[in-house]
Design a protein around this ligand. Structure first.
Ligand code: BYC
Length: 332
C-alpha cells in the first residue's frame, strides 16, 4: 500500500529512503498491521494528524447532539422521546471516549474545546443544517449515522490503538441509531398520512447532499488523504467510502418508497456501482468556513452550555479538594 501511494505520485508522503531510522521502523510497524500505542515513539506529524482528526470527531459528536436536542420536547410519543434521549446520551458518551483517546496523545481537552469555541477547528459540516420537522430525526439516524458508520467501521482498523478501540464500541451504538432512524421513517411511510409521507421526502431532499459531504472533499482535493492512508489512520479514501455509502443506501431508499434529489443517480452495471451527480462543493466549503445555516447558533449554544455549567465544575473541584484534604488528614 505504501509503495503504491508513492508510485501513484501522492505528494507529501516520504519514501522509505527519505525516512530516518526511527521513521522507517515506525512505518514498518504500520505496514505489519501492529497497532501504535500511546507510549510508543511516533512521528510528530502522525501525532498532530491524529489530534486533529480525533478532536474534530469528538467535537462532531458533541455538536451533533444539538440538532436532535431540538426535537426532544416535541417527539410525537413518549416512546419516541425516550429513544431520542437515549441516542443523544450515546452521542455524549462517544464524544467523551474520543476526547479521552485524544488525551492519550498529549492534547488537552479544555484547550481543544476552547479552540472549537473560537472557531479555529472543525466539526462535521452536517451539523450546521437545521432540523425542521420530525422526519429529520429519522433521516439523521438513517442517513447521518449511516454515513458515520461507513466511515467508522473502517476506522475500527485505524493504526492508533486507543482510537481503533473507541471505534468498536461507537460502531455498535451507531448501528442501533441507524436502525432507529430507519424505523421512524418506515413507520411514517407505512402508517402515516400523505402529509407525513411528504415530510419524509422533504427531509431526505434536504439531508441527501449534506450527508454525502460528510465524507470530505474528492480524493484529488483532499490534502490529508495520501499521508493518512500511508500511516493507515485512514483505511479507505473519502471517495471510496462515499461510493460505498451510496451503494448500500439506495436499496434502503427504494424500500422506503422515496427518492433522492439527484437526476444523475443510476445503477452502472459495468462499474457495479451507482453513478451520481456532482456535489455542490462551494456550499461545502462555505459551511467549513463558518457560513452554513446554523454554524453561529451551534457555537453560541456550546459556549453558553460551558459558561452556564461553570458553577457545577467549580463546586465539584471544591468538593474534590476537601475530600483530598480529609484523606490526607486521616492518613497523617
Ligand atoms: N466536515 O484532507 P481531508 C456522528 C475537513 S459524528 C467538516 O479529506 P481528512 C454523529 C478536514 O478536517 C461523525 N470538515 O481531511 C454524531 C480538513 O480540514 P483541516 C463525525 C471536513 O481528515 C451525532 C479538510 O476538510 N465523523 O457520527 O483526511 C449525531 C480537508 O479534508 C469534512 C468523523 O469525524 C466535513 N464533512 O478526512 C449523529 C470521522 N470533511 O483539519 C451522528 C473521523 C473534510 O485540514 N474523521 N473536512 O482544517 C475522518 O474520518 C476524516 O477526518 C474525514 C476527513 C474523512 C472527515
Amino acid at each position: 500500500m505504501y509503495a503504491q501511494l508513492v508510485d501513484t505520485g501522492t505528494t507529501g508522503v516520504k519514501s522509505l529512503q527519505e525516512m530516518s531510522a526511527e521513521e522507517r521502523a515506525f512505518q514498518e510497524k504500520i505496514d505489519a498491521e501492529i497497532k501504535i500505542e500511546a507510549k510508543n515513539w511516533m512521528p510528530e506529524a502522525y501525532r498532530r494528524t491524529l489530534i486533529r482528526q480525533i478532536s474534530q470527531h469528538a467535537h462532531s459528536e458533541i455538536v451533533g447532539m444539538l440538532p436532535e436536542g431540538n426535537w426532544v420536547t416535541r417527539a410525537p410519543t413518549f416512546k419516541r422521546k425516550l429513544q431520542l434521549m437515549a441516542k443523544i446520551q450515546d452521542e455524549a458518551g462517544h464524544g467523551l471516549y474520543l476526547y479521552s483517546a485524544m488525551e492519550t496523545l498529549g492534547a488537552d481537552r479544555d484547550d481543544e474545546i476552547e479552540r472549537l469555541h473560537r472557531g479555529e477547528v472543525k466539526y462535521s459540516s452536517i451539523f450546521n443544517y437545521p432540523t425542521l420537522n420530525w422526519a429529520d430525526m429519522g433521516t439523521i439516524g438513517w442517513l447521518v449515522d449511516g454515513a458515520a458508520i461507513v466511515n467508522q467501521v473502517a476506522l475500527q482498523r485505524t493504526s492508533y490503538g486507543p482510537y481503533s478501540r473507541a471505534m468498536i464500541r461507537i460502531c455498535k451504538e451507531e448501528s442501533f441509531h441507524q436502525r432507529q432512524g430507519y424505523e421512524i421513517l418506515l413507520t411514517m411511510m407505512r402508517e402515516g398520512t400523505d402529509e407525513q409521507k411528504a415530510m419524509v421526502q422533504d427531509s431526505i431532499n434536504r439531508f441527501w447532499w449534506p450527508s454525502l459531504m460528510m465524507f470530505g472533499p474528492h480524493d484529488s482535493d483532499s490534502p490529508h488523504t495520501g499521508q493518512s492512508m500511508a500511516w493507515k489512520i485512514k483505511r479507505h479514501t473519502n471517495d471510496e467510502l462515499r461510493q460505498r455509502f451510496i451503494d448500500q443506501t439506495i436499496p434502503q431508499l427504494e424500500f422506503l418508497g422515496c427518492t433522492v434529489p439527484d437526476p444523475d443517480l443510476k445503477w452502472n452495471e459495468a462499474r457495479g456501482h451507482y453513478d451520481f451527480g456532482e456535489i455542490q462543493w462551494e456550499e461545502f466549503y462555505q459551511v467549513l468556513k463558518g457560513n452554513g445555516p446554523c454554524n453561529r447558533e451551534r457555537l453560541r449554544t456550546r459556549k453558553n452550555a460551558l459558561d452556564e455549567g461553570a458553577w457545577v465544575r467549580e463546586a465539584a473541584m471544591v468538593y474534590a479538594k476537601k475530600q483530598q484534604q480529609k484523606q490526607q488528614q486521616n492518613a497523617a
